[in-house]
Design a protein around this ligand. Structure first.
Ligand code: PLP
Length: 393
């Protein structure tokens, strides 16, 4: 039987040919660890290197459905999510737009024919796990708890087909600021061979299979002195810009009327629909509509967000005309990373040609600085905006 025959309907059961138990927070058992780990000094944290004391686990079986969820001591990575919890001024942990991550995880699972689950229930369970391991969130600006919900197919058979068994787990890792010494512009290698996703593929889903093929290109880029890959997609004789590493990208371009265009590639199936990307588009729109003021940006400075394809050739032209102001990569881990240089390598036998972006004091241009600060202020509970921040209690 295929997992797509079931649907999560939120009444404690998956609906299908016969009902199966859904993920149910009322059945949660919590087994606390007898020996809590020593908290490391926050300054020594390496991203993803330290796990907290506990994890959330539930398994799926085609006969018995989702098991009772458990919070238990951490032991031991497919589809996954990446989100963060922050401590607010009141000491309570907060999540940033977590319903978006839950919906994306459910879409990724569906794409891999893994079983559906109640997304509201999973969020409730994650909040409970965060409260159990609350002491792990460093109460310092820029620090947070990175949350990695994962679902893996666990069918014990070799045939190449959908898995009817699954394991869902959530692990937590305390993390410091992405840039320890303040934002520093990163360099990107845009090589013709570096294609991450294609029309009709899985690029718009957070599925593990999208990432491993990027490890070797990443290593090759690092050898040539670049921090990350700028993923391209060929369109006739042009190279469309798609994403940077595992981050979405934005550029800021001058307009004739003195306003600024803020451009990111459209969600055409090759782009991962990032929560950070969506948040930046909304904040820019709100600024221009006069609903909020982005820090350091004049209320008269209008920003026009666009979800529109752009190419290396466009970037080249706008740089030569002095119109390309900023480029930055965005995602939960780094929030906003400024881009200083893009090496374009169309002919793999020849060295890359560098496109050099304008440099700013402190690493960030005015727009990237403003959106980054605004997002961090919302995440850490200093600014309230449209219910984006959800307290865990
Ligand atoms: C996770 C991810 C992003 C960023 O998404 P956020 O929700 O903002 O963290 C962008 N691109 C890829 C390929 C990703 O995997």
């Amino acid at each position: 039987m295929s997992n797509s025959e079931w649907k999560s309907v939120g009444n404690g059961h998956l609906e299908g040919p016969f009902p199966l138990p859904d993920l149910d927070p009322s059945k949660l058992t919590v087994t606390l660890s007898e020996t809590l780990k020593l908290l490391p000094a926050p300054e020594t944290l390496v991203f993803g290197g330290t796990m907290t004391d506990h994890m959330l686990v539930a398994s799926f079986d085609p006969v018995s459905g989702w098991s009772a969820p458990e919070i238990k001591p951490y032991y031991a990575t497919n589809t996954f999510e990446g989100m963060k919890a922050y401590v607010g001024p009141d000491g309570a942990p907060r999540l940033f737009r977590p319903a978006k991550n839950m919906a994306r995880l459910a879409r990724s699972a569906e794409r891999l024919a893994l079983p559906p689950f109640n997304t509201v229930a999973l969020l409730e369970l994650i909040k409970k796990l965060i409260v159990v391991d609350q002491r792990w969130i460093p109460n310092m600006e820029g620090y947070s708890l990175y949350i990695r919900p994962t679902i893996i197919g666990t069918r014990s058979a070799l045939g190449v087909s959908a898995s009817d068994h699954a394991l869902l787990y959530v692990i937590l890792s305390p993390t410091g600021p992405y840039f320890r010494t303040g934002p520093k512009p990163i360099s990107l290698l845009a090589a013709a061979e570096n294609v991450r996703a294609w029309p009709g593929g899985t690029g718009s889903h957070k599925v593990a299979g999208n990432y491993a093929p990027g490890f070797l290109p990443q290593r090759i880029a690092a050898k040539q002195g670049y921090d990350q890959i700028l993923w391209l997609l060929q369109d006739a004789d042009r190279w469309k810009v798609t994403e940077a590493g595992a981050m979405n990208v934005f550029i800021v371009v001058d307009r004739e009327d003195g306003d600024l265009d803020l451009i990111t590639p459209p969600l055409d199936g090759t782009i991962l629909p990032g929560v950070t990307r969506d948040s930046i588009l909304s904040l820019a729109k709100a600024h221009t509509a006069g609903k909020l003021t982005l820090p350091g940006i004049s209320t008269n400075q209008r920003l026009h967000p666009h979800e529109r394809a752009f190419t290396i050739a466009d970037m080249d032209l706008w740089l030569s005309e002095g119109k390309l102001r900023e480029m930055f990569a965005v995602g939960t881990a780094a929030v906003v990373a400024p881009v200083g240089r893009v090496g374009f390598q169309e002919d793999l036998k020849k060295p890359a040609r560098d496109l050099v972006l304008p440099a700013y004091e402190g690493g960030l241009g005015p727009v990237s600085r403003a959106v980054r600060q605004m997002i961090i202020d919302i995440q850490e509970g200093r600014v309230e905006w449209e219910g984006w921040c959800v307290r865990c209690e």
